[in-house]
Design a protein around this ligand. Structure first.
Ligand code: PLP
Length: 406
């Protein structure tokens, strides 16, 4: 584990120096999107200032440089996911597009009437709605594994819902609403035992700890660049290459073809097969830079975040009338909460006046909120650049809110 000092990383994030309503920004909305280090911002500038050219098609120097940088970013992604080959790493717009791609390409060709798609109650809408649409089209059925009142997956129930009918199991590695870390390797193992294909939504996990895709044993893994200190508009879908190669393409056009003839067209293998048209070249390059920034500090950053989680949980628990929603055995630094007599939106607005950015509402998890009997929550989500002082600022501000609402 390399040494980690939050004071040394904060200056890497220019936005953290700004004021909000005259107060220092306390950014606790990292589960929605993370802030970007200067190296990422500079990578975007540099690409457009010095390298801008289309990839894969040019023989001139700029195109060769852009292509090399784009493909190098794919290698970085592979390393970030613990893979020895980047062949299965497809650049997409984000986790949402990655999951839609699997629903469309794998779901349409592999699901039949009577098949079951097993999801969990923790899922983000991005890992529910694409499956609903594909279920409607194929006649497959959606089955949902419950969570316990603490916010853990009910593993016994999950296991009980698996059968020979289960063709796909799709679940989030980490819950964006409650912070729950799912036992992803164990869930995958159980799903594989009934012959199911497994997709893991890694959107929230990738930002918090090292992901080892081979150790998880899944077939697909998706995450978004913008939640992982990279730019918006870029993300990754990893799929087992030999499986990706058997799937019909997602979109059609340049770059993904082997040979085009009006008599018929043949397609390339993964990953190009799924990257029709000009990709987000600068986004991919800058994502590579973001991942290279976090990899050396990942383990120490995670330990720091766990300390923030413990301190913030204790600080919030001590506030009368405040209830923490979601106290799973293993969590990332995400705390959902309610204050007696206060609507989450009002809590968010009052904190904003103190320069504290949190998120309120259903967090794109309406089925989970319904299960918990809540219209929504207030959510503070931390990154490794947050500090103990910010935990205290949140606590003090919430005490003020609590007094106003009492
Ligand atoms: N899955 C989870 C668990 C998320 O938290 C999010 C975003 O909040 C998504 C999927 C969708 O990510 P994106 O909007 O970047 O595609």
């Amino acid at each position: 584990m390399s040494a980690f000092d939050v004071a040394t990383v904060r200056p890497d994030f220019p936005i953290l120096g700004r004021l909000v309503h005259g107060r220092p920004l306390t950014y606790l909305d990292n589960a929605a999107t993370s802030q970007k280090p200067a190296v990422v911002i500079e990578a975007l500038r540099r690409y457009y200032a010095e390298q801008n050219a289309n990839v894969h098609r040019g023989v001139h120097l700029l195109s060769e440089e852009a292509t090399a940088a784009y493909e190098r970013a794919r290698e970085v992604v592979a390393r970030f996911l613990g893979l020895t080959s980047s062949r299965g790493c497809v650049f997409v717009r984000g986790a949402t597009e990655g999951i839609n791609l699997v629903a469309e390409c794998w779901g349409r060709t592999h699901l039949r009437a009577g098949d079951e798609i097993l999801l969990t109650q923790l899922e983000h809408h991005a890992n529910i709605v694409p499956w609903q649409v594909i279920a409607e089209r194929t006649g497959a059925k959606i089955v949902v594994a419950p969570v316990t009142p603490r916010g853990d997956i009910d593993l016994l129930a999950f296991r009980g819902l698996l059968s020979a009918r289960t063709k796909l199991v799709a679940f989030t590695h980490v819950s964006n609403a409650l912070g729950t870390v799912n036992p992803a390797a164990e869930m995958t193992r159980l799903a594989k035992a009934v012959g199911a294909t497994v997709l893991i939504d890694g959107c929230q996990a990738a930002a918090h700890f090292r992901v080892d895709v081979p150790a998880l044993g899944c077939d697909f893994y998706a995450f978004s660049g913008h939640k992982t200190f990279g730019p918006t508009g870029i993300g990754v879908l990893w799929g087992r290459p030999e499986l990706l190669d058997t799937l019909p393409p997602y979109q059609f056009g340049g770059d993904m073809i082997r040979k085009v003839d009006f008599a018929g067209t043949t397609y390339r293998e993964a990953p190009e097969r799924f990257e029709a048209g000009t990709p987000d070249i600068s986004g991919a390059i800058a994502l590579g830079v973001a991942l290279e920034y976090v990899m050396p500090i990942q383990a120490a950053a995670h330990a720091h975040e766990q300390a923030l989680l413990a301190a913030a949980t204790a600080r919030l628990r001590a506030i009368p009338g405040l209830t923490i929603v979601g106290e799973a055995a293993e969590k990332v630094a995400v705390i959902s909460f309610l204050i007696e007599g206060g609507h989450p939106h009002d809590i968010g607005t009052l904190l904003d006046a103190d320069g504290i950015a949190i998120r309120t509402g259903h967090h794109c998890c309406m089925p989970l909120m319904k299960h918990l009997g809540l219209p929504g929550t207030a959510r503070a989500s931390f990154a490794f650049y947050n500090t103990m002082e910010e935990v205290e600022r949140l606590g003090a501000s919430l005490e003020k809110v609590r007094r106003m609402m009492a």
